[in-house]
Design a protein around this ligand. Structure first.
Ligand SMILES: C[N+](C)(C)CCCC[C@H](N)C(=O)O
Ligand SMILES: O=C(O)CCC(=O)C(=O)O
Length: 367
């Protein structure tokens, strides 16, 4: 270990020597074009030693002469910012994620809506939309001509579309194109999609392009981040159990058999932050991942979460009309719809999680 003292703050940091050697960012060590490392672990001596330490450029840089002959320059602040305590403090002090219930989201409604023409003409509007998606997990694009083609154009202005067995840009009503309750006129309780995929879609976009000769079909949304925080406060045992118990989900139709097992609440193993809520009663598979003696506890905890989800104060219900696309974070915001009559056609698409967060990083919204 090497002991460093920050030249400005005086903070002492014990740094593992191999870690420091491995994190040299000079052009010899990291390719300037690809930003990829130019060597692997075995190219460096396991017991590499720092022979000489010195500071330069008003002490902003640390120079190290290594026992393998390499001379490295480090930005001191980069070294301190690359430590676990710095990561945890940045993440836990971030104010980018704003949990909401119905009354609080209604106060921000105007921050969530963007017209298609503004979106097309102005890159800043793209950034504002992605910021709302990160902050609240939901946003709307208005004044979209109600066709599948224009729905696709609007989504592709911001994100690439994820291909699944449902298709890329999908259009659905009550025709049984897939073995799923979504393809009926029935009520759909709050859920997240794709609990049965190894990686559920990150975003989902829905556009009601037609609803005639009937009523109902209102959509509702619940902020999973908010209900998970409430559960953690009110019932920490239930929260802890739902973070831990592995819950299988499944989707079966001719030619498809998807299954994925994971907890209902996923948290970041390093920082403890909320990562994903994965709730879908319709797609729950046989629960064979717990001994029977623990089932009652599990169902009690799940019931506590579902009660919070069902609370009216947490549900934001709205009638989507042709012209408005709703986009929401399928790892955070649960959605559902009321039963309906008449002819109702929805168009929409999924976006991969990795494409959503990559876009947010490129735009400087998250790190
Ligand atoms: C969105 N789209 C209509 C294509 C599919 C709906 C699938 C709903 C399914 N139960 C799930 O949770 O994934
Ligand atoms: O029909 C709707 O409005 C929503 C359908 C739905 O919940 C889904 O596709 O997952």
């Amino acid at each position: 270990m090497i002991s460093l003292k920050h030249p400005k703050t005086g903070k002492i940091l014990e740094v593992d020597e191999f870690w420091l050697r491995y994190h040299c960012r000079c052009v010899e060590c990291v390719d300037a074009d690809t930003k990829q490392r130019r060597y692997n672990l075995f190219d460096l001596p396991a017991a590499v030693k720092a022979l000489k330490l010195s500071y330069k450029s008003d002490q902003a840089l640390l120079l190290v002469e290594w026992s393998d002959g390499h001379k490295a320059n480090y930005d001191i602040d980069n070294i301190y910012n690359s430590q676990l305590d710095a990561l945890i403090s940045r993440r836990t002090s971030s104010t980018i994620y704003t949990p909401w219930n119905r009354s609080t989201i209604l106060k921000h409604e105007q921050n969530l809506c963007f017209s298609l023409s503004a979106l097309i003409n102005n890159d800043d509007v793209v950034k504002s939309l992605v910021t709302s998606l990160v902050r609240y997990g939901i946003a709307f694009i208005n004044e979209v001509p109600p066709t599948p083609t224009m729905t696709e154009l609007a989504i592709r202005r911001v994100f690439p579309i994820m291909k699944t067995f449902f298709g890329e840009l999908w259009t659905f009503g009550d025709r049984k194109d897939h073995a799923d309750t979504a393809y009926t006129k029935l009520y759909l309780g709050s859920h997240t999609d794709n609990t049965y995929f190894c990686d559920a879609a990150g975003l989902q976009a829905l556009h009601c392009i037609e609803h005639v000769n009937g009523e109902g079909g209102e959509n509702f949304f619940v902020d999973g981040l908010h209900v998970v925080q409430e559960l953690k406060r009110e019932n920490p045992k239930a929260y802890e159990l739902l973070c831990r118990v592995q819950v299988p989900a499944e989707y079966i139709e001719p030619g498809q058999h998807h299954r994925h097992t994971a907890p209902i609440i996923k948290t970041d193993p390093v920082t403890g932050e909320f990562v994903q809520i994965r709730v879908n009663e319709y797609d729950r598979a046989i629960m064979d991942t717990l001994p029977q003696s623990e089932m009652a506890n599990f169902h009690g905890s799940l019931r506590a979460l579902l009660e919070l989800i069902r609370e009216e104060a947490n549900q934001w219900q709205l009638k989507l009309s042709p012209g408005t696309i709703v986009i929401f974070d399928n790892w955070r915001v649960l959605h559902g719809r009321m039963a309906y009559t008449g002819q109702r056609t929805m168009s929409g698409a999924y976006v991969q999680r990795t494409d959503f967060v990559s876009k947010a990083r490129v735009l400087g919204i998250i790190e």
